[in-house]
Design a protein around this ligand. Structure first.
Ligand SMILES: [Zn+2]
Ligand SMILES: [Zn+2]
Length: 338
């Protein structure tokens, strides 16, 4: 195929376009549900409000309060003065890899991640809402309390080994993130009354958010992301249109070329026929003439039956059986009658 490159590029472009459209739809949905989500104060009234709802649930609601551990808070592993309710420790490997065309590129690879969670509430004075499954939140604003990078000292053997494998370790980075107790957060999710406790958990309508931003800031962020995705969609579509245009033009040109070639072939063929007709003897008896057209002399022998009964033009059209004896035609050859 002449347009294989364009087709591959179009395929990749359409794939990216599809991903962008999906991302756009998800941002659009998030903005919609965020705008529709009602905001409640955590106070004595909230339990009554939720209890009055169908299934004792508000599918997507916004609350704001102070993070308060239920029980003894977690201690940070690296900074003992810090306490919180959620701890994420990550170990990253920094390395250089031989990438495209022999260049070395830096990479960061997650080697290990551990999380530690304990029950906590968002509180306002003596009232609180328990947060369930905080770790699954789409936006989770935690503080980085520890970040340490140790570069690896490579031995001669490591250098040689790295040269052949194309991977060289540069260092290890350890980070610890903690959701501190006492931080003021906005939580968005499903609000449910379970017995006498209020809970906020991941909702079917939209993602769970645990963020220091307010609802309006969050909406603004998602609207910005939505517009930048829309820009990507427009860009990808334009590229697709250009590629489709290129392919169509190539196909059209190829067809036109084929048509012109066919025209030239038929013209040459008819000219050849005319030339042959002019050079033929004009004084022929009836049995010297082709049995099909009765114009041209007999010129072709059919095998295996051996009948010389066709001119060259008619022999081109007759392939299956001999017009005289009806036996199958195996092959044809020029006959020279001297
Ligand atoms: Zn003929
Ligand atoms: Zn025959």
């Amino acid at each position: 195929m002449d347009f294989i490159h364009e087709s591959v590029a179009l395929g990749v472009d359409l794939l990216i376009l599809g991903l962008c459209v999906r991302e756009y739809a998800s941002y659009k949905n998030t903005v919609k549900v965020l705008k529709a989500a009602p905001q409640y104060n955590i106070d004595g009234e909230l339990k009554n409000i939720v209890a009055r709802q169908h299934d004792k649930k508000i599918p997507y609601a916004v609350i704001r309060g102070t993070v308060t551990p239920i029980g003894v808070p977690l201690r940070s592993s690296f900074v003992p003065t810090v306490s919180g309710v959620l701890q994420i420790v990550k170990l990253h490997e920094h390395r250089v890899m031989r990438a495209f065309a022999g260049f070395w590129a830096e990479q960061r690879k997650l080697l290990h991640e551990s999380t530690n969670e304990m029950p906590f509430e968002l509180c306002n004075q003596q009232h609180g809402v328990e947060i369930v499954d905080a770790i699954s939140a789409a936006v989770l604003d935690v503080d980085v309390v520890y970040d340490n990078y140790e570069s690896t000292s490579l031995s001669f053997f490591d250098h040689v080994f790295g040269f052949f494998t194309g991977v060289r370790q540069k260092g290890l980075q350890t980070t610890e993130q903690v959701l501190r107790d006492g931080s003021f957060l906005t939580a968005i999710g499903e609000l449910e009354m379970d017995g006498q406790t209020l809970r906020m958990q991941p909702s079917k309508q939209g993602p769970l958010f645990l963020t220091t931003a307010t609802k309006s800031t969050l909406i603004k962020r998602f609207e910005d992301a939505k517009s930048s995705t829309l820009f990507k969609i427009i860009l990808c579509s334009s590229v697709s249109i250009v590629l489709v245009g290129l392919i169509v033009r190539k196909v059209y040109r190829k067809k036109r070329q084929e048509r012109e070639e066919a025209k030239i072939r038929t013209r040459l063929e008819s000219e050849r026929r005319e030339r042959r007709a002019r050079s033929r003897p004009h004084t022929l008896t009836q049995d010297q003439l082709c049995v099909v057209c009765s114009t041209n002399p007999k010129e072709i022998i059919l095998l295996p039956c051996g009948h010389v009964c066709l001119c060259e033009d008619c022999a081109q059209k007759i392939d299956v059986t001999c017009p005289v004896c009806r036996s199958k035609i195996g092959s044809k050859a020029a006959a020279f009658i001297a």
